[in-house]
Design a protein around this ligand. Structure first.
Ligand code: PMT
Length: 360
């Protein structure tokens, strides 16, 4: 049971909140994926991506829990996770991509319905017999061909070639979550499966996870009615799962990278350092919501790195700080390329026997 009405430990959370229905099936798929990658000798990275929802009411119909009418959500579209997954694949990693349903995914992200709708770069070429009498209503008639607009062809060909190659190699496995409850159950189960990879596993936690939730026991059984005036909801804190993840689920061997998101720049470094100190993992990547596309900071243990890769290191502190920046106006460059390159380097050191050395 919860320790208090607003605080769950990871243990009490999993003892009181039910698992999502598809969990066992998902984990069978993960097991098989991990086994195949192990055979090929590949490193695996688990990338979490997108935001979690927090349902405010239950909707049980025909014996199944269905999406509720009302829920809390957050801003994340999953850009960081989907983009990073592509660069990990390019670096030779097998990727377990655990993302919010309908958030961006590797490769298809280039053709998002809002920024680059794919129908806009397709053209219809009428068949020979229709050429003289083509009308809008005749589109799709016999002999018509679909072509890609000339100026989009090169990029599409590039994306499609890598996408097909990744599928042929079987190096990308996708899992979805919607609620914070789905996320927590899935994260625990996937991390436990991945722990057989020992140091060859990386955990890249880019999902924007809700800090508060409504336990099942406190949720209204049906749609909350509006006739009673204002609505007061007291939410419980989502348990901090990084500690059990680092110490238990991953078997202490995994290379764990978490993110710290802030809107107050003054909090970014102290909060990232506190997180590393508290959970004892390898790297925290700090990002300011408004600068995250062109600037991030890596916080790690000072003695886990060669001094040449540290920007700032207060001699009395155990932490090293290194910044990654790209030109905000260069639209052909993605900061995830540099984030992944840096992490791959550090993960290699970790596999070779490097240390975070300081455990809280
Ligand atoms: O999707 P984009 O628009 O590209 O945005 C990317 C991003 C800003 C969402 C991403 O870069 C980022 O910062 N993700 C983490 C945001 C967050 O939830 O931070 P946090 O301080 O609440 O959590 C810290 C870390 O612990 C995160 O790695 C989070 O995934 C993980 N966490 C947090 C709480 C919890 N209960 N479980 C977790 O796994």
């Amino acid at each position: 049971m919860p320790e208090s009405s607003s605080s769950f430990s990871a243990e009490s959370y999993f003892a009181t909140q039910p698992p999502p229905p598809g969990l066992e099936h998902d984990i069978e798929g993960v097991k098989e994926f991990v086994r195949r990658q192990q055979e090929k000798g590949r490193n695996i990275v688990l990338v979490t991506s997108g935001g979690t929802t927090v349902p405010l009411e239950l909707n049980v119909a025909y014996g199944q829990l269905r999406p509720s009418v009302r829920f809390l959500d957050n801003f994340s579209a999953g850009t960081r996770g989907a983009t990073s997954a592509e660069y990990f694949l390019k670096a030779g990693y097998a990727v377990l991509f655990m993302h919010r349903q309908f958030s961006l995914q590797p490769f298809s992200r280039h053709y998002s319905h809002s920024t680059n709708p794919f129908l806009d770069f397709l053209e219809i070429e009428p068949g020979v017999e229709e050429r003289s009498s083509f009308t809008a209503s005749g589109a799709g008639s016999k002999g018509s061909q679909i072509c890609v607009t000339l100026d989009k062809r090169e990029t599409l060909l590039e994306v499609l070639t890598v996408y097909k190659a990744v599928h042929a190699a079987g190096t990308l496995h996708t899992l979805t979550f919607v609620t914070v409850n789905d996320y927590l159950w899935l994260l625990r189960a996937v991390s436990q499966e991945l722990s057989v990879m020992k140091r060859k596993a990386m955990y890249y936690l880019a999902a924007a996870v809700s800090d508060f939730f409504l336990p099942r026991q406190k949720m209204a059984k049906h749609k909350i009615q509006s006739g009673k005036g204002s609505l007061h909801i007291e939410m419980d804190q989502v348990p901090k799962i990084l500690k059990p993840m680092v110490d238990n689920w991953t078997g202490k061997d995994g290379f764990v990278v978490s993110f710290k998101l802030e809107t107050d720049p003054a909090l970014l470094i102290p909060k990232a350092e506190t997180s590393l100190q508290r959970y004892g993992h390898q790297v925290v990547i700090g990002n300011d919501l408004n600068r995250r596309k062109f600037e991030v900071v890596f916080i790690s243990w000072k003695d886990a790195l060669p001094s040449s890769s540290i920007d700032t290191a207060d001699s009395s502190s155990s932490f090293a700080e290194s910044w990654l920046r790209i030109d905000p106006y260069d639209h052909n460059k993605e900061i995830e390329e540099d984030i992944v390159a840096e992490l791959v380097k550090r993960h290699e050191m970790w596999i070779a026997g490097g240390t975070t050395s300081i455990k809280p």
